[in-house]
Design a protein around this ligand. Sequence first.
Ligand code: SAH
Length: 239
Amino acid sequence: MALIGEETMEQLRNLIKAVNDKDAERKEDQLLQYMELVLERNQHVNLTAITDRDEFIRKHYIESLAAAALPEFQAAETVIDLGTGGGFPGVPLAIVFPEKQFTLVDSLNKRIRIIQEFCETLGIRNVTAIHGRAEDLGQQEDLRESFEACVSRAVADMRVLAEYCLPFVKVGGAFIAYKSSDCSEELQGAKRAIGLLGGGACRLASAESEEHLLVVIPKDKPTPKQYPRRAGTPGKKPL
Ligand code: SAH
């Protein structure tokens, strides 16, 4: 396909093969088709700031798939993506791991409806997209502590993000945050919050690029009932 560097395509192809080889060609096709749908709709609805295909593949696909290398992700059968936006990292992970169940959450209903429509068009059957705020959904019995893994990219500072995400994770599961490589101060500042929410010691794992890394937080204990607090409170008064 024009406009995509051969090197980038090769990297994507190799990554798919390395992490979940089965039906690799079909997965590659679905990823390319999803990109075209997003770029087309992006002219009317803001789904991503990226318009260049090569960059789209690197930032939205190769970067999103970084979690696939983690044992915590591999072990999870159910995964929630909090603040998925245009479907990242949730949709590429769902395409490459059709045997896992993905729940994608965003507070903007327009984006959720578009993701549902695109998944239907492409025959992606392992994605459920839910409209709502983390603070409300995290108190919902059918979602709370119901997922073996939670992933989230570019949604909030770790102190706030931990309160959005950890309540969804089952004890024994993990929260995987996509962060920039210089997040050590941010993590230091979030230690107390993570502990209050039932999270354990953070582990840093390399992502597919040098500017990013993955922060893996095990869910050691149940999250106390009072968290997440009311919508808006985590952002205004971070733990
Ligand atoms: N994860 C995507 C999008 C990042 S933009 C990516 O990396 O490309 C952040 C998204 O989080 C937005 O779509 C916004 O609507 C959503 N969001 C922010 N706060 C939220 C909350 N409290 N609950 C649910 N979604 C939220």
